[in-house]
Design a protein around this ligand. Structure first.
Ligand code: CMP
Length: 142
């Protein structure tokens, strides 16, 4: 089905100056960027986005990292976009990420792992709405 997913290029990857390289991976596999903005999250914004992880031991470090510099937040659209984006990213832990995936190429550790992507269609809808209004999303069919 035609889906949308939320993609975040995290502060480590923005710092490595690889926004374009990462966008190229999305576009070369047919995913379309239908919304995008650079943001520097506040603590409150990062805590709200990752609210489902608030009891996890890594939550404090996660919020600290995600607020440490600018991020690039995008909505990607395409057939099976959620799963395809996850495949392009690779495993959450870069030491387990397959060769050729974004995390294998750009991530150093599980805490600083270059990219985030929605894990399901339902979470994608929630995550997209967290950052974008409907008017900011430019659906494209050609
Ligand atoms: P992300 O997809 O952005 O969602 C939550 C983030 O927490 C995850 O990527 C990792 O960068 C980070 N994290 C740190 N430790 C863990 C862990 N043990 N399991 C899952 N995520 C972790």
């Amino acid at each position: 089905a035609l889906e949308r997913t939320l993609s975040i290029i995290k502060p480590d990857a923005v710092g490595k100056n690889v926004i374009g390289a990462i966008y190229n991976r999305f576009e070369s596999t047919g995913l379309r960027i239908v919304a995008a903005k650079m943001m520097h999250l506040s603590k409150e914004q990062a805590e709200g986005f990752y609210a489902e992880h608030k009891e996890r031991p890594f939550f404090g470090a996660l919020v600290e990292f995600m607020t440490s510099g600018p991020i690039m937040v995008s909505v990607l659209e395409g057939e099976n976009a959620v799963l395809r984006h996850r495949e392009i990213m690779g495993a959450t832990n870069p030491s387990e990420a397959l060769a050729g995936t974004l995390r294998a190429d750009y991530a150093e550790t599980i805490d600083e792992n270059a990219v985030h992507g929605s894990d399901a269609v339902e979470s994608a809808a929630r995550e997209i709405a967290y950052f974008f209004s409907d008017e900011e999303i430019c659906s494209r069919t050609r």
